[in-house]
Design a binder for this molecule. Structure first.
Ligand code: SAH
Length: 224
């Protein structure tokens, strides 16, 4: 009984979140709204933070990392312009929440996480919740996933001083790359589209992400 009531409380918090933070701020894509309504965000945060899971802010997860604010997850997902059936690469699995959302739209989500314990925890949770379209690898994501390339969409959920060159090489024709580019504390969310040999670069606004640490991101020594 307690379980059922608890589930109900979170489902209500989740619809309120979608109404006030997602739809009210202009997210229109039906698939994105449905995915945000479906994924139980409270299970992707620590037990003690469950009651804040549907709040309008990012939350800490393990190893000094963060799960993005709900709006940012929805905004980035919509900005990838997925129609369904795509092969997506995510860098920075973190809690696995963004990957779960993406997997309800795309056909497969390949997600790379550099911190082993973080990746293992996400894998367990995604297995428990049956998000079987997410494939996780523990590695330096700044190298991409050459064996699985090309990807229709690449989403980087950690900030980089510049765009690691391999992402452009691993992007399919017509593909979209989304990456926060800039300094340590504030970045510009950049979308790069590859079309007929041309590269279109757009700025989607300011954002703040934890560091992308690796060969083509920040150096591990600067990991604060
Ligand atoms: N998308 C996540 C949030 C990511 S936080 C979610 O929905 O919860 C950023 C993550 O990127 C952290 O877990 C961090 O360990 C990871 N990360 C940083 N540099 C990386 C790299 N080079 N390759 C893969 N993962 C990286």
């Amino acid at each position: 009984m307690k379980g059922a009531m608890e589930k109900d409380v979170y489902a209500r918090a989740r619809s309120a979140m979608v109404e006030t933070q997602i739809i009210a701020r202009g997210i229109k894509q039906k698939e994105v709204i449905e995915a945000m309504l479906a994924v139980p965000r409270h299970l992707f945060v620590d037990e003690g933070l469950k009651s804040q899971a549907y709040g309008d802010y990012p939350l800490p997860i393990d190893e000094g990392q963060t799960i993005s604010q709900p709006f940012m997850v929805a905004y980035m997902t919509e900005s990838l312009k997925l129609k369904g059936g795509e092969k997506v690469l995510e860098i920075g699995t973190g809690s696995g929440y963004q990957a779960a959302v993406l997997s309800l739209i795309a056909s497969r989500v390949f997600s790379i996480e550099r911190v082993t314990s973080v990746a293992i925890k996400a894998r367990r949770l995604l297995d428990t919740l049956h998000y079987s379209k997410v494939i996780i690898k523990i590695d330096d994501g700044t190298l991409g996933w050459p064996e699985e390339a090309p990807f229709d969409a690449i989403i980087v959920t950690a900030a980089s001083p510049e765009i690691p060159p391999v992402y452009m090489q691993q992007l399919a024709e017509g593909g979209r790359l989304l990456i926060p580019v800039g300094g340590e504390f504030v970045q510009d969310l950049v979308r790069v589209t590859r079309r007929q040999g041309r590269i279109l670069r757009e700025s989607l606004g300011g954002c703040r992400f934890v560091k992308l640490i690796g060969r083509y991101g920040w150096q591990a020594a600067n990991n604060g």
